[in-house]
Write a protein that binds this ligand. Sequence first.
Ligand SMILES: [Zn+2]
Length: 174
Amino acid sequence: MDKKQLPLAPLRDRLTQYVKEHDLRKTPERYEILRVAELAETIFTIDDLMQLMKKHAKFQVSRGTIFNTMELFYDAGLIIKHALATAAHYELRTDCNPKAYTICHQCNSIAKVSTSTAKLALQNLKVRYFNTEDKLLYIHGICRNCQAKNRQEARKKKQELNKQDKNKNGKRKS
Ligand SMILES: [Zn+2]
């Protein structure tokens, strides 16, 4: 069996192992941040995590601590870091399934595409001589909300133009 296909150990255990292997202190902050991050269930930014910490954490930590902890989590393979043009987005790395995301270039929102769709698109993608850890696909475009907003704005513009035309025609007639 392919080594990469093995399921990943629980996040807490992986953090404990990383801390042990790197002779780091087993600080309660790291475990609390991880516990709260697990409540996010989806992609989150540092700001999102700060909000979650305010609501659910047993004690508060600084933004700097969260940022540094995210870097540690990333090094430990606990999170996926989405390096986007806007703020960095994070996601807990609970499995090695292929993942796909849509990124709206109008509102900068990022959303996860269903796992089955991502699997279908990426399962056969293999790169020779490269030890693949994660397969991530980014699809850039315009999200549903922005499409609706754009349609509404286009309609409004058209109505205004029609009104202007009618006014012009009316004036011509009189
Ligand atoms: Zn959008």
